[in-house]
Every structure is written in structure tokens, then in C-alpha cells.
Design a protein around this ligand. Structure first.
Ligand SMILES: *Cc1c(COP(=O)(O)O)cnc(C)c1O
Length: 384
């Protein structure tokens, strides 16, 4: 089936008891068993199995072209579940510019259990090769990164991981499966904060991991039921509702962001615009090859960052917009604007931050699906 058909139908059949077209929210903690030791279809307790959750796991797995999905209560819940593959003495390579919560979790919690982490720029494959050790167990990246929109060549990295028996995890939150399907490029596990584009309406927190490997899936299901960071049936249902319109939303995010990035680039008062869809992006060719919609056409999603030169100017813009909302997070239908140095990356030391390009004049846009003319007029007003 095509992507949009899967988005609407995969994982869900009309309710067998009533024919209800929309799958119910199975709001239950336990299930009556047919006889002792015979739960119906494995439904013995709702931390372990819930039909609304099973549906969204199958649904998003299908969109990522994966066999298995395991849903969690947040994107960070997925990251913590991944530690089921680690033990004391192991080494993990992580993309330098990943989500701040990942750094906090690995460095301030998991390092205490004697797991070592290397934070490197994975956009250069050679950096990965020289960092691999005998005990390297996992490689965790985001492509593109937040907020600099730097890409990693997923296919090239997956080959290195296969040669070295390393579990390769790609956080696909920024692209969504509509514009990038890392499993088809050789990744072992895809990770999402479903809070963002998958949910798309800024009304829930969730996470999901997808794989094609039965053994990896078994361990992830074990982590889900054992550590217990499960999503509620209502969150699963909201997500089922959201993925039905993922194609439509992503096309609009992409089209709006392309227009805004181009408009920004033509302004003389903007020092730099980072958007993989611009020809000026140093990895534009890789983006065109790696970030493809289900029909094989390049797409770049809705995230842009731009440098306006100074904190004063950035602050003025952030405080003047009226259609964009000043907020953290991303991927919702409404456009958001923020200053990574003060908000999402405040915990990164200034020197480290500036090395990454995250200056105090850097603004991040999560371009929503409003009328693009209104978004451009809003930015124009705020910048003048
Ligand atoms: C938001 C985000 C996370 C964390 O997800 P939560 O749902 O907030 O726990 C992880 N990775 C990326 C890329 C994110 O944007």
C-alpha cells in the first residue's frame, strides 16, 4: 500500500464488536481471561499489551517500513529503553549535536553505571571510524540535527556499523517517515519523539522505536513492559488520529518552509540561513539523496534556523511576532519561534555552543501549516 493509505489504515480494523470505524480507546488496566492461564490474544495486563497501543505501534512501524514498533510515554522514554542493550564497560558513540535531554540522560545518569560515551560530529564518516573501539556497542544520531540542520549520511554510517557489529539508532523526529525512512538506508532502529511531527498538534507527549530485527524488538518489548514507560491509551488514540493526516501536514510544512527559507536568504539583514532545501546548504546534495518523500521526491520538512547577528536583534524579533508563537518544541500545525542559546541549549557551555554555530543571534523556526503569506508578513513586520 502507499504511504497515505498505510497512514490511515495500517494497524487498525473497524472495531469487531460494533463496527465502529474509529478504533476505540481501550481504557482498561486488565482483561478477563477465558480460563486460568488463557488470556484473550495475550491480553493479561495493560502495561504489557493494550489494543489501542498495538494499533499505533503497527501503524507507525508501517510508515517507517519496519516490522515492529514499541511505543513509550515520551521521546526520552525511548532513549532510556535503548539502554536495555548496554551493560557496564560498553561504549556508545553519539552525534555531538543531539537533543539536550539525550546528553543529560547519558552523561548525568548512565555514565554512573560505567558506560562510556563519545560525542562526535557524525557528518564526517571518518570521525566515526576513528572513534570505534572494541567495546563500542551503539551509535546514536539525529539527521538533520537541531538547530544547525547538519546531516549525516545514514547509508554510509550503517555500513560501518554492520562491519563492526554496532547497533545503529537514528532519531527521525525532524523528518518524520514522510521525508526519511532510515531503516531502508540500513539503520537498525528508528527513534521518534512522537510529540513532534507524528502527533503534529502540540497536544501530547510520546515516543516510539521501530525496527525490522526480531531480536532487537524482543528486547525493546521487554524494556517496555519491565521499565514501564508506556503511553496511555488516550495518547495512543490521539496519535492514531494524527498520523492519518501526516502526508498532508508534512507536504505543507515543507512547502511553507521552502518559501520562508528562500525569502530569508534574500534579505540582506540576515547573516545566515540553515535549511537543507537551500542550494547554499553545504549538504544539499546529500539531503536531495537521503530525504525523500514516498514518491522519491526530495523534501526538507519544516525546521529552519537563521542568524540575525546579535542577541538584541533576535530578542526584538521574538518579542514582536504575532502569528509565530514564542515557545519550545516543534512539529505542530502552528508555527513556533525560539532562541536555542537561551532555551533548548542553555545548558551547553557558551564556548561549546558557539563552536556548534549556536550563537545568541540564532533563531529557530518550526514552520507550521498556516498560510505562508501570513507567516512571511509576520516575520517581515518583526524584522523591520
Ligand atoms: C523532543 C525531542 C526529543 C525528546 O522527546 P520528548 O517527547 O520531549 O521526551 C528527542 N529527540 C528529539 C530530536 C526531539 O526533538
Amino acid at each position: 500500500m502507499g504511504f497515505s493509505t498505510d497512514a490511515i489504515h495500517a494497524g487498525q480494523k473497524p472495531d469487531p464488536t460494533t463496527g465502529a470505524v474509529t478504533l476505540p480507546i481501550y481504557q482498561t488496566s486488565t482483561y478477563v481471561q477465558e480460563s486460568l492461564g488463557n488470556p484473550i490474544d495475550g491480553h493479561d495486563y495493560a502495561r504489557v499489551k493494550n489494543p489501542t497501543r498495538t494499533a499505533i505501534e503497527a501503524n507507525i512501524a508501517a510508515l517507517e517500513q519496519g516490522e515492529y514498533g514499541t511505543a513509550f510515554s515520551s521521546g526520552m522514554g525511548t532513549v532510556s529503553a535503548l539502554t536495555v542493550f548496554l551493560k557496564a564497560g560498553d561504549h556508545v558513540i553519539v552525534g555531538k549535536n543531539t537533543y539536550g535531554g539525550v546528553y543529560r540522560y547519558f552523561e548525568l545518569m548512565i555514565r554512573d553505571f560505567n558506560v562510556d560515551f563519545s560525542w562526535i560530529d557524525t557528518s564526517d564518516v571518518e570521525n566515526i571510524k576513528s572513534e570505534i573501539r572494541e567495546n563500542t556497542k551503539m551509535l546514536y544520531i539525529e539527521s538533520p540535527t537541531n538547530p544547525m540542520l547538519t546531516l549525516t549520511d545514514i547509508q554510509a554510517v550503517s555500513e560501518i556499523c554492520k562491519e563492526n557489529d554496532i547497533i545503529f539508532v537514528v532519531d527521525n523526529t525532524f523528518m518524520s517517515p514522510y521525508f526519511q525512512r532510515p531503516l531502508t538506508l540500513g539503520a537498525d532502529i528508528v527513534s521518534h519523539s512522537s510529540t513532534k511531527y507524528l502527533a503534529g498538534h502540540s497536544d501530547m507527549i510520546g515516543g516510539i522505536l521501530i525496527t525490522n530485527d526480531e531480536k532487537l524488538d524482543e528486547r525493546l518489548k521487554f524494556a517496555q513492559k519491565t521499565a514501564g514507560a508506556i503511553p496511555s491509551p488516550f495518547e495512543c488514540w490521539l496519535l492514531l488520529r494524527s498520523t492519518k493526516t501526516l502526508s498532508l501536514r508534512m507536504r505543507q510544512h515543507d512547502s511553507n518552509a521552502r518559501a520562508i527559507a528562500k525569502w530569508l536568504e534574500e534579505r540582506p539583514d540576515i547573516e545566515k540561513v540553515n535549511y537543507p532545501g537551500l542550494e547554499s546548504h553545504p549538504q544539499h546534495e546529500l539531503a536531495k539523496r537521503q530525504q525523500l518523500d514516498p514518491n522519491g521526491n526530495p523534501g526538507y520538512s519544516g525546521m529552519i534556523s537563521l542568524d540575525v547577528g546579535s542577541f538584541e536583534k533576535a530578542k526584538k524579533i521574538l518579542n514582536s511576532v504575532t502569528v509565530f508563537s514564542l515557545a519550545e518544541s516543534l512539529g505542530g500545525v502552528e508555527s513556533l519561534i525560539g532562541n536555542p542559546a537561551i532555551q533548548t541549549h542553555a545548558s551547553v557551555p557558551k564556548e561549546e555552543r558557539e563552536k556548534l554555530g549556536i550563537t545568541e543571534g540564532l533563531i529557530r523556526l518550526s514552520v507550521g501549516i498556516e498560510d505562508v503569506e501570513d507567516l512571511i508578513a509576520d516575520l517581515d513586520r518583526a524584522m523591520s
